[in-house]
Every structure is written in C-alpha cells, then in structure tokens.
Design a protein around this ligand. Structure first.
Ligand code: MV4
Length: 454
C-alpha cells in the first residue's frame, strides 16, 4: 500500500480524497495555485506545494509542476480526482514513466475510451448496444449521406469530446452542411481534433449510468445505476439511485452490458458506463467515463462501498475483496449539486467571501464541500461549491429529506442555486420519477424555471 499520495486536484474532491487517505493511514500532499493558498484541501493535507498562478492551465493542468511536486515530496501515487487531468492519457503515461502510480485506469484505456468513435466500435464488437449512428465522418458529402441514412433529429458529436462538450443538434437536411462544418471547426479548436461522428437523437430518453469497479486481477463488479437525466447545458444537476422506472429485468441486462463493456475495454479501477434508456426500456451505450465522478457519493450511499478507498487499493494492486453477490443496493439516494451561480442572472458564476455557512446534518445527510466560514471563493474555477447527498429507505422519504436539508443549508456571501432544487423536487414529473432528458428544458419553456427568476 502507498505511504504518500499527491492529490492533483482542488475543491471538494481534493478534500474527499484527503479524507479517504487519512482513514487509510496514508500521508497526503496537496498541490495548490496561488489563488488557493487558503483552500481547505491545503489545510487538511500533511504537505502542500504551490504549483503556479491561478489559471488552471498554469497550475492544475501543469503536468510538469505536478509531477515535480510528487517527485520532490516522495509521493508514490497521484489521485487526479475528476475533470482537470483525470482523463488525460498523456499525464497518466507521464506518471508511469516517472514510476508514480496513477490512481485510475492505464493510459491506453483512457486514450481508447476518450476517442468516442473508437469506444463505440469496441462496444459494438463486444455486443453492447450502441446508439444508432455513424463511424467518424470526415467530409461533408459523406457525412450528409450518413445523416440521411440515420434520419433526423441527430447529434453531431466530437470524437475527442465527451460529457456534453462538442455536441451539436441538427433537425433537418437543410441545416446539416453548415452544422457539420461548425461542429468540425469547434472540435478542432476545443480538442485539437476536428473529427466528428453522428448519432440519432434519442428522445424521450433517460440518462442512466452504471458504476463499475475493476481490479488488476480481472474482477469486474457493477455497483448499480445512477439516473442523471436532470441536466442543464450538459451539466448534471440532480443524480439519484436507483432509477425509479428501470425494471429489474432491464437493470440486470444493463449491468451485464456494463460488465461486458468493462471487459472489452480491459478496464481497471473505478469507471462509469453511460447509457440512454428509451420509453420501451431499450438501452444504448453513450460513452465511458474513466474517472471517479462528481456524483459517486450517490452510489456510496446506497451500497455502503467507499469508491475512493477502493480506487486507492486497486491502484496499489489490492484485489477487490467482495463479489457481485455481496453488492446490495439499499434504499434511495439523491444528490443536488450546489453551484456558486445565480439562476436569476442566467446562472452567472459568483465568487466572494463566505460570510455565513450552516450545513445540514442528521442521519444519512452528507454535504461534501471545501467551504468554510470566511473562505474566499475564487473566480477562477468551476462553480461547484458543494454536493448535498441524502439517503432514505424510500424515494419519497429521500425527496423529503433533501428538501429539508436544502432548507437548512445556509451559504451567505455568494449566490447559489439551492432554491432551484426546492422547485425541481416539487415538480410532479420528478416526484413520479417519470422525467427524462427534456425535464429542465420543458420547465424553462413553461416559464416555471426561467432564466430570469424563480
Ligand atoms: C445524447 C442524447 C440523446 N441522443 N445522445 C451527451 C452528453 C451528456 N451531457 C448528455 N448527452 C446526451 N446525449 C443522443 N444520441 C441525450 C443526452 C442527454 C441530454 C441532452 C440534452 C439535454 C439534457 C440531457 C440530459 C442527459 C442526456
């Protein structure tokens, strides 16, 4: 087992990983930018190293500075968290070259699953159903032919995109050529790779993802699903487990497909397989995420399994000590992402000093955050300031518990979106579980969750 781990991230996920390390008796190294000198993850770590100025490109994305900090402090492993370098195959490769364990999958697996066209091909070959669509299309004429074959509406997705980045909707033939050219140039700019592929736009559908854990000894365990259909501009807002409308039969089939996908990808460590589920309980592979996800606490709350600790153990070569039959999903968990932004001002990001913080408590109420009283929320990073996760025996009770926790939460000094959730959780479609990827857009169109006011 490692004796020292460097956490190459910031905010709530850095705090989460440091806490796991403390419980495992592992020493921790925090890295921070000049803007994060007073951040909680720096205070909690055993050691800390400044890796550069505020902008992420000069600090948290600075591979050389991070690896130098790991070597200088004698860290044997690096946990990348999510976002930032967590799905950067080159960084994972650099760690290997420096004989520092990357707490995640091997670099080549990150690379293969990061190529969404290749990921689809691997899944198709493994018999995992994929969304009807095309292979990579390079020229407009070929792409237009594929578009006619697939039918409209369709999505143009960037090969190197993912998680909502590099997606463009096309509703009819007339729109296609211009959309294709825009999508390709946007992908080139954003990812250095202009390659795109086409997918039939599945709607109505639910976004269901399966959590997997895979060790170096070839064991694959599926830890249940999370529903993530409530998204705004491809940012997840509410996640829950289990999915209320997933039949037991489909759940079992989807879990087997996730296992097949993991084996086809030669996956190791924690990962997520994203599916779309249609009204007839047909499901289709969308993409594979090769990192711990923001919403991992939802799975931890219904299974009792600490995913971050298992990431660390697996990276140290420890076999998974339980089997699929030992995984029990009990009750229901819901997560709401608390972002420092103002929904009434079209979700404009907010920063500033936390003048008052009161966090909710009680049985199975968890608030993962890096906030503290008088902390100065910097303007340089993403707006997530905390995740509120609750667990209860029934979905109805979990919704009541989440509403109560949201009412109890006090964060003064920055704008935030906690009130948004109190509205969403009261919506009949959410209450019934009968909601899909169009949930938020439908409410915005009805003026019930408008960009201006609530
Ligand atoms: C889709 C889709 C329907 N059809 N792909 C991909 C990135 C992720 N953030 C959402 N993604 C989707 N990909 C096809 N072929 C539906 C979603 C989707 C979604 C789309 C628009 C608005 C909200 C959404 C919530 C979940 C999933």
């Amino acid at each position: 087992m490692f004796s020292k781990i460097l956490i190459a991230n910031r905010g709530e996920i850095a705090v989460r990983v440091i806490r796991a390390c403390k419980e495992m008796g592992i020493s921790t190294v925090a890295v921070f930018s000049e803007a994060d000198r007073e951040a909680l993850h720096v205070c909690l770590a055993d050691e800390s190293v400044c890796i550069g100025p505020a902008p992420v490109k000069d600090s948290y994305l600075n591979c050389t500075a991070i690896l130098s900090a790991a070597i200088a402090t004698g860290a044997e492993a690096i946990h990348p968290g999510y976002g930032l370098l967590s799905e950067n195959a080159k960084f994972a490769e650099l760690c290997a070259q420096c004989h520092i364990a990357f707490i995640g999958p091997p670099a080549e697996v990150i690379s293969k699953m990061g190529d969404k066209d290749m990921a689809r091909k691997i899944m198709q070959a493994a018999g995992v159903p994929v969304i009807p669509g095309s292979a990579m299309v390079t020229d407009a004429a070929q792409a237009a032919q594929e578009a006619e074959r697939i039918g409209y509406p369709l999505l143009i997705k960037a090969r190197s995109g993912g998680g909502g980045r590099g997606i463009r909707m096309v509703n009819c033939t007339e729109e296609f050529e211009q959309a294709f050219r825009l999508a390709s140039s946007e992908a080139q700019t954003a990812f250095g790779d202009g390659a795109v592929y086409l997918e039939k736009y599945l709607f109505p559908a639910k976004h269901i993802e399966m959590q997997i854990l895979c060790d170096h000894q070839g064991k694959v365990v599926v830890l249940g699903e999370r529903e993530c259909s409530v998204q705004r501009k491809h940012q997840k807002l509410i996640e829950e487990s289990p999915c209320a409308l997933l039949s037991e039969k489909t759940r079992e089939e989807m879990a087997r497909a996730a296992e097949q996908a993991a084996r086809a990808a030669h996956y190791v460590n924690a990962g997520t397989i994203e599916f779309l589920l249609d009204r007839d309980q047909n499901f289709y592979f969308m993409e594979m995420n090769t990192r711990i996800q923001v919403e991992h606490p939802v799975t931890e709350m219904v299974t009792g399994i600490d995913l971050v600790k298992w990431q660390i153990r697996i990276a140290a070569g420890v076999p998974i000590s339980f089997d699929q039959k030992d995984v029990q999903v009990e009750g229901c968990a819901i997560e709401c992402r608390i972002n420092a932004e103002n929904p009434a001002l079209n979700f404009r990001p907010s920063s500033g000093k936390i003048t008052l913080l009161h966090t909710p408590g009680g049985p199975w109420v968890r608030f993962d955050t890096a906030l503290y009283q008088d902390y100065m929320v910097p303007p340089f990073y993403d707006s997530l300031i905390g995740k509120l996760i609750v667990h209860a025996q029934t979905r109805e009770e979990a919704i009541r518990k989440m509403k109560a926790a949201l009412c109890e939460l006090v964060v003064e000094g920055v704008d935030h979106n906690a009130d948004l959730y109190r509205n969403l959780l009261c919506e009949p479609d959410f209450q019934s579980g009968n909601y899909d990827t169009g949930f938020l857009e439908k409410l915005e169109k009805a003026g019930k969750v408008s960009k201006q006011t609530f």
